[in-house]
Design a protein around this ligand. Structure first.
Ligand code: NIG
Ligand code: FE
Length: 415
């Protein structure tokens, strides 16, 4: 059985005997062991502790790694991405610089519809190859589990094409992937005046095939003014639930859309975005087990106000952080930047941001039992940092690449 003993870890981050979803104040507690060792067998964490425990005498290991000055932490768990897309959209980026808003671009047939046109013309192989390259890039940036959505298809054929690409990525990826069906991302042009027609297509034609071919783990709806109403979101999510897909909803991005309330009511795994929250929606989320997933790089890219992280944490919500990697509102899957931005712009403590991007991110993909913390029995998906003066240096030095190596399933990752 292959085993690895890692010695002289400057700081072993997020060490937990047991793990659970962190709410409110719990997020500020990030247990660490200074001058630590970690013992891995078959890609699984078997033991860890202080170097004072003489690990070299305790463990027989096939490989020994001296971590020297590295801090070792669980890899990022990125629970919200749109990693599969056919083309970038920097033309809209320039339009936004010139003054157009995201909503204006979408209303004039750009935005998501632009990505849908490109998906319709792309082959499954091309989509797979470009998405795999993005996956390799984000793993090197420290992501060790990821959720990927469809939603740029918007027709039976193209949504299924996207989901089949995600299924193939799942089969070949070294890191766990969760698939989310987001057929209800926007209304395709043909259904602009016939919302019920498209909802019927989702429910009657897409969902049965998705269930039969096991193409998705979750169902998502863009619950937003000008996109899907609260009632439409409810109808679509309930249909998904019938097929065993739990909801993860795009909620409260541009308006108080009611997405948070409907997500909580439907026991959604998460409600994501949350740029636009009021006291009632915060209180509703706080009373629930639904995770609030914050996507600060999307707020940054669209020049919106950031998510009210402090209010959400103070109210007792369970918060996760994710990249929203997509060509329209967050063309980056860099979770290091997400964590830094959360500290700089949303005033999250480094401890809170790291917990939200690791353990709570894992729970936002129902992977809390296997990832997100240094816990016996969890996967050895680990970030080895370059020498850091302290952990807070990571979000502080936001522009530097502070990752030295990434370990996936007990092996250093080489793309
Ligand atoms: O999460 N808000 C909705 N969907 C994506 C953006 C989609 C796009 O513009 O391509 C998001 O931000
Ligand atoms: Fe998104």
């Amino acid at each position: 059985m292959p085993s690895t003993l890692i010695l002289n870890i400057k700081c072993l981050v997020n060490t937990r005997n047991e793990s659970h979803l962190l709410h409110g104040k719990e997020l500020a507690n990030l247990p660490c062991i200074n001058n630590a060792y970690l013992f891995i067998e078959n890609g699984t964490i078997v033991a860890y502790g202080s170097m004072d425990e003489s690990p070299l005498e305790k463990f027989k290991s096939s490989e020994i790694i001296d971590a020297e000055e590295a801090t070792v932490m669980p890899t990022w768990c990125d629970s919200h991405t749109h990693l599969v897309f056919a083309t970038s959209r920097e033309n809209e980026f320039v339009d936004k610089i010139k003054g157009k808003s995201y909503a204006e671009i979408a209303a004039s047939g750009g935005g998501i519809l632009n990505s849908a046109k490109a998906i319709a013309n792309a082959t499954e192989d091309d989509l797979y190859n470009s998405a795999y390259k993005r996956l390799e890039e984000v793993i090197q940036l420290g992501t060790g589990a990821i959720e990927i959505k469809s939603g740029y298809g918007l027709s039976v054929e193209a949504e299924l094409k996207m989901l089949r690409v995600i299924k193939k990525l799942k089969a070949n990826s070294p890191i766990p992937i969760k698939a989310t069906f987001l057929g209800a991302h926007t209304y395709p042009i043909a259904y602009k005046e016939n919302h019920q027609g498209y909802i019927d297509e989702i429910i009657q034609q897409m969902l049965p095939v998705i269930a039969k071919e096991q193409l998705a783990d979750y169902i998502d709806v863009f619950c937003e003014t000008g996109f899907f109403s609260k009632e439409e979101t409810e109808t679509i999510c309930k249909a998904g639930i019938e097929y065993g897909l739990k909801p993860k909803i795009h909620a409260n991005q541009l308006h108080l859309s009611g997405g948070t309330e409907i997500g909580v009511q439907l026991n959604a795994i998460s409600v994501d975005h949350l740029e636009t929250m009021d006291e009632t929606s915060i209180a509703t989320l706080a009373k629930s087990n639904t995770i609030g997933t914050l996507l600060p790089t999307a707020a940054f890219f669209l020049r919106m106000h950031y998510q009210p992280a402090r209010e959400l944490i103070n109210a007792g919500c369970a918060i996760a952080l994710a990249s929203d990697y997509n060509p329209g509102s967050s063309p980056s899957g860099n979770m290091n930047l997400v964590v830094a931005m959360s500290c700089i712009q949303m005033k999250m403590l480094p401890e809170e941001a790291i917990n939200a991007a690791t353990i709570n991110g894992a729970y936002a993909m129902e992977l809390g039992h296997e990832l997100g913390s240094i816990t016996v029995g969890k996967k050895a998906n680990l970030i080895f940092t370059k020498p850091l003066p302290s952990l807070a240096y990571m979000p502080y030095a936001f522009g530097s690449n502070l990752i030295d190596k990434v370990m996936i399933n007990g092996y250093f990752y080489i793309p």
